[in-house]
Design a protein around this ligand. Sequence first.
Ligand code: 5RP
Length: 232
Amino acid sequence: MDVQTQMKELVAEAAAQKVESGMLLGLGSGSTAAILIERLGRRCRDGELTDITGVPTSFQSSQLATQYGIPLISLNEIDHIDLAIDGADEVDPEKNLIKGGGACHTREKLVDSRADRFIVVVDATKLSDTLGSTFPLPVEVVPDAYRQVMDSLRDLGSEPHLRMAVRKAGPVVTDQGNFVIDAKFGSIDEPADLESRINNIPGVLENGLFVGLADEVLVGRIEDGVASVRSF
Ligand code: 5RP
């Protein structure tokens, strides 16, 4: 197993230990969240956890929760979530995030913002001083609008690319049936301002900037063979 996957396993396990019986849980998406869901299923099977219910952020998390025996409920049936745990593509020192590497950021933002507490789980490669320096910003758009949204994203100073699918002809289609544009900004100095500017463009459903939402970031690291999980 490669080192990055080992770091993901470390942090997912640490987050799984923070879950208590009876919790209503936001279940994130991506490879780190997938390990978390598997660990939660294992804790339930071993009798360590009882009566947890998941609110999925994607088809992926819903499918995995079902596979590991975690009951699910939809956002419209609840008025709060006790704890959401989700991955991220980039995290700055203020706990602001870029998400959407798996094209799930619209439902992730809904679920993560509905939680009393939102914990982010990342491996050490995801840390960055300024958002946008390592990862392009995902923007979910209505298919008919992709060309004009790309023009508006260029006007905001980015280099936009329509995300193309792998093993499917044409663009990535999200769980909501939309397209994703990855906008390379280089560095994002005012993430809150950019988040609302982009969401104001006609045809944009949601962008992957998560500003002021995370309560805690758990970081898995393996350095010189020493494994650690740090929190900030
Ligand atoms: C999906 C996401 C993921 O949480 C993010 O891409 C991190 O994924 P991974 O844990 O596989 O690195 O935002 O839309």
